[in-house]
Design a protein around this ligand. Structure first.
Ligand SMILES: Cc1ncc(COP(=O)(O)O)c(C=O)c1O
Length: 362
């Protein structure tokens, strides 16, 4: 039997290895004082790395909606609440197809992929798909083929499901979704596009006039709340409820989160989306004027700075602008970047201030 002193030796060794490779991460609380401002380590900062793209987490209707209790149980036992059904009905009306709530977006990808796929199926997945898609595929036991980012080429004929994102979280680009269509099913994770892109904020697929078989959306980003949903054909909802392990064996979404998500959905309007676009144009053209190249097409604005990334992020922070540096393993070595995210709630002065700070830092 391991002695008390070395009982956790393997964990300590793993931590030491992570630290040795420069990948040790730590938490640092950020007290938000407004939709784009906060206090971090005693310093006032303007935040350019939140996914609250429409500033809705501070909208008075969303703030007021955080009311109710924890569900206390899985929905199939005693945790099913009117707030869940109200939100599902609103989403079903939004998409014209049945929607089902899950906890986080991470959870939704696990639930959907493990319910749709079985051993022997083949899934074609974009090389830059989010960790939750990768983990869902692993759990499903389906065979996977990884396709080059955004250029899938010929998708193998025996593919059951192709899966991609509507707006990529690290590269900020929007794929041409018709390239992913075929005789197989198409699943699009709209985590970063839902609420922002497409008619009524339905996402990147709707913006391109495409109806994927399955959509994942989250309320933790543009909607300013918490929770997630999946949309699909009429068989999907009963299948999730009867056979979706990640739906069945977990506590229902807390009522306050469901109510806040419904309020956020109602508050996400074209005016906010236009304001966000205005801010994106201002920031992206300011970057070009500084001679900095940004990746992507929309409100996620990654600027690849390689080895300079963390030094520039620190310099921005000392000037009062908080934008996270993204390092391996999240991105490939050499592709380190600062991932700026814009919100409709940013002011022109905040964006211009960030550009000035970037000019000094670079
Ligand atoms: C593409 C994608 N899908 C899913 C998620 C997970 O969503 P949530 O934060 O609601 O768990 C994220 C989170 O960043 C994401 O980027």
């Amino acid at each position: 039997m391991a002695s008390p002193s070395d009982r956790y030796a393997t964990l300590n060794q793993r931590l030491a290895d992570i630290a040795q490779s420069g990948r040790l991460r730590s938490l640092s609380p950020l007290t938000m004082t407004g939709p784009t401002t906060g206090i971090r380590s005693g310093q006032a900062v303007t935040v350019f790395c939140s996914n609250d793209y429409l500033g809705l987490s501070w909208h008075p209707d969303v703030v007021a909606a955080w009311q109710g209790r924890g569900a206390g149980s899985a929905r199939l036992i005693s945790g099913d609440r009117p707030a869940h059904h109200a939100l599902e009905e609103a989403l079903t009306a939004h998409y014209g197809r049945p929607a089902t709530l899950l906890s986080s977006g991470y959870h939704a990808n696990l639930a959907l992929l493990t319910t749709l796929l079985q051993r022997g199926d083949r899934v074609a997945s974009d090389a830059l798909n989010h960790a939750s898609i990768i983990d869902g595929i692993r759990l499903s036991r389906a065979d996977k083929v990884i396709l080059p980012h955004s250029t899938p080429g010929d998708i193998p004929a025996d593919t059951t499901l192709a899966v991609t994102e509507g707006l990529f979280s690290m590269d900020g680009d929007i794929p041409t979704l018709s390239d992913w269509q075929g005789s197989h099913w198409l699943m699009v994770d709209e985590a970063h596009a839902f609420g922002v892109l497409g008619p009524g904020g339905q996402g990147a697929a709707a913006a391109q006039g495409i109806e994927p078989d399955f959509i994942v959306g989250t309320f933790g980003k543009a909607i300013g709340a918490y929770g997630s949903f999946v949309v699909g054909p009429p068989s999907l909802r009963p299948l999730l409820i009867s056979a979706g392990r990640a739906f069945i064996f977990t506590t229902g979404l807390p009522e306050p989160a469901a109510a806040a998500a419904l309020a956020g959905l109602r508050c996400a309007n074209d005016g906010l989306r236009e304001k966000l676009t205005e801010n994106v144009v201002r920031f992206r053209s300011g970057l070009s004027a500084l001679g900095l190249t940004a990746l992507g097409d929309a409100h996620i604005v990654p600027v690849v700075l390689g080895a300079e990334t963390m030094a520039v992020a620190r310099s921005l922070l000392s000037a009062g602008y908080y934008a996270a540096g993204i390092r391996p393993p999240t991105v490939a070595p050499g592709a380190e970047r600062i991932r700026f995210t814009l919100s409709a709630a940013h002011t022109a002065a905040q964006i211009d201030g960030l550009l000035d700070a970037l000019n000094d830092a670079c």
